[in-house]
Design a protein around this ligand. Structure first.
Ligand code: OXD
Ligand code: MN
Length: 628
């Protein structure tokens, strides 16, 4: 990279004067920090040279002040129709996670990527290359800006399942978003006196003069880099201000760094929603479900069941941290404190609970705006009132005939967890909730049945490894190609996927493994129509799973797993549902599926693939060969 780039931005590095912030505010900030945090901040200040420091306490007043600051800079606008809601529009080059610029940095390549392959299951960067990349980007990168110091907890403070972090960022948008998405409070600072923490450094990569902070969305897309260093518990993110690239508690910490920690410490950090489901008799079970990004995790986590008497309650919609307890029961917490949900497609029909909760205290990013101060996106299914006009996420006048989307497909709402009207009573329980079913799924228009159950734990791990799904807009991919996305973790593995599989397989030793399922709401008929109505009707599938766990629902064996016996899934009242087409397991489709899976596992995981997985693959091939 061009070393004089920051100079071109009007910044001249001063030698000496290593610790450059020295207003009275800054000094009192530093006095409040526990020693290890202080050392972290000092080093980052020395490197990034911000003009000022701000220690975030997470209070309501602080949030209001930062939102007002962003508004005064033109970086967000108030949505007058809603209550304390805001709209940010990013630079159109900074709209999604950038997987191509996201790397794991470890001493040995094999510890980060399976089969030594830099590609779909993660990217590795050597420590030397990372040091160079860091030196090319971070020196002086916060000139003219304030560094926000954000102490945060992932999970209930003081839960044995939780972990702490400190994010240093020069983006007030990130500071207000982190305060929604994670627990930020003086209590965290106290806990930091005793506990270790993950060190997260983030810069938008646009140093400036203090007088000119008005670029509406500062970023440096040409030099974006998101680096995780799991061996030292560090994250360095440069150049992007949006989503998982910059809210470092989410994908970078709670999945990449945490999955590495989890392997060392005997737990699991997974890309899964957590829900509680109660039957009409009042019996309750908790389930987790892993779907790739933008496949409806948020909708499932907040489902309004279409079956009378059933209730779904939400613990989390994106990430689960899980551990088997002393009794051999898997327990899960949601490490997050908010929802960062995809807006397009959210409506009172698809997710009435989300529609209600985003009416207040919500930061929207890259959605459309109505002239009466509301929000708009594809699939919102609410016509604006007469005379109301719409501006798109690009801030251009928009009508349905504009020929381009009103909202960016990866536009989001960022909303506090506690605003969810069906938040589970145990959402903040430090012990976590007991998990009885693990559900994998994807967007599969062809060939994959509505639901099937694994024969046993090892087969279930294989089903997770075999997940494939249509690409979505959450990352930089284009089009609708079907991608391998094992465990919905493809972009989020914190270590070698072969070792990840071995770690999952090792959980076989616990006494009460949850059952494992695969679901697909998206199968289509020959004319391209969905075979299953989805949304609230998905409770029928959860109901079948519930009864399977109770030993009350019938299933029959197929080549790929156990599907509901005829009449076992409750479809009464649904009208025309073609059960045959929903559950058929066709030889031609599965032969091709198994071939792709073998190519993928051999090509991407190679010698790192546990022998048990090869055995599962061989057994599946044999069962498929026997299909008529
Ligand atoms: C997300 C994602 O933002 O998976 O949750 O991309
Ligand atoms: Mn996600």
């Amino acid at each position: 990279m061009d070393a004089s780039r920051h100079e071109r931005n009007g910044i001249h590095e001063q030698n000496g004067d290593a610790f450059c912030v020295h207003t009275p505010d800054d000094v009192s900030t530093l006095e409040k920090l526990p020693e290890p945090v202080l050392q972290f901040v000092k080093q980052a200040v020395q490197l990034c040279r911000p003009d000022k420091l701000h220690l975030c306490e997470g209070s309501h007043d602080e949030q209001a002040t930062l939102l007002a600051l962003l508004e005064s800079r033109g970086q967000i606008g108030r949505l007058n129709k809603l209550n304390n809601c805001w709209l940010a529009r990013t630079d159109p080059r900074d709209v999604a996670r950038v997987e191509g610029r996201t790397v794991m940095v470890t001493k040995n390549r094999r510890d980060a990527v399976a089969g030594g392959v830099n590609g779909t299951l993660g990217r590795w960067m050597s420590e030397e290359d990372f040091e160079q990349a860091k030196a090319d980007r971070f020196p002086g990168c916060m000139k003219g800006r304030t560094m926000y110091i954000i102490p945060f907890s992932m999970g209930p403070i003081n839960s044995p399942l939780s972990r702490l972090g400190v994010e240093l960022t020069d983006s007030p948008y990130v500071a207000v978003s982190m305060r929604i998405m994670t627990r930020v409070s003086p209590e965290v600072l106290l806990a930091l006196q005793h506990d270790d923490f993950v060190r997260c450094l983030h810069s938008v990569g646009a140093p400036c003069s203090s007088a000119d902070q008005r670029a509406t969305w500062p970023c440096d897309p040409d030099h974006t880099l998101i680096a995780q260093l799991p061996e030292s518990g560090e994250i360095f993110s440069y150049g992007s201000g949006y989503g998982g690239n910059s809210l470092l508690g989410k994908k970078c910490f709670a999945l990449r760094i945490a999955s590495h920690m989890a392997r060392e410490q005997g737990w699991l950090a997974e890309h899964m929603l957590i829900l509680g489901i109660t039957n009409p008799q009042g019996d309750k079970k908790y389930m987790v479900a892993a779907f790739p990004s933008a496949c409806g995790k948020t909708n499932l986590a907040m489902m309004t069941p279409a079956l009378p008497g059933w209730k779904v309650e939400c613990v989390g919609d994106d990430i689960a941290w899980m551990k088997f307890d002393d009794q051999g029961q898997l327990r899960a917490i949601n490490p997050e404190f908010g929802f960062f949900g995809v807006a397009p497609g959210t409506s009172t029909k698809t997710n009435p609970v989300a529609m209600e909760m985003i009416q207040r205290n919500t930061i929207f990013t890259n959605v459309g705006q109505t002239s009466d101060g509301g929000v708009y996106w594809e699939g919102i299914e609410k016509k604006p009132a007469n005379g109301v006009t719409i501006r798109s996420w690009l801030d251009k006048p928009w009508t349905p005939s504009s020929g381009e989307p009103c909202a960016h497909p990866n536009s989001r709402f960022c909303t506090p967890l506690q605003q969810c009207s069906i938040l589970d009573p145990a959402w903040n329980d430090p012990q976590g909730v007991p998990i009885e079913a693990i559900i994998f799924g994807g967007r599969r228009p062809q060939g994959v049945p509505l639901v099937y159950e694994a024969f046993n734990w090892k087969h279930g791990v294989f089903i997770g490894a075999a997940m494939r799904s249509e690409a979505t807009a959450a990352a930089e991919f284009k089009g609708k190609q079907i991608m391998h996305d094992p465990f919905a973790m493809r972009p989020f593995f914190g270590y070698n996927f072969g070792d990840y599989l071995a770690h999952w397989l090792s959980m076989d030793k616990h006494s009460q493994q949850p059952r494992i399922y695969h679901v697909n709401w998206f199968r289509k008929d020959a004319s391209g129509h969905f075979l299953w109505p989805g949304f609230g009707q998905n409770v029928r599938v959860l109901e079948w799973i519930f009864r399977r766990i109770e030993g009350e629902a019938e299933a029959m064996e197929t080549a790929i797993g156990l599907v509901p016996s005829p009449g076992s899934l409750k479809i009464q009242g649904l009208g025309d549902v073609d059960e045959e087409a929903l559950f058929s397991v066709e030889k031609g489709f599965w032969e091709s599926e198994v071939r792709k899976l073998r190519d993928f596992l051999e090509g991407q995981v190679g010698n790192d693939l546990p022998a048990e997985m090869l055995m599962q693959l061989k057994q599946l091939e044999e069962r498929v060969a026997l299909l008529p």
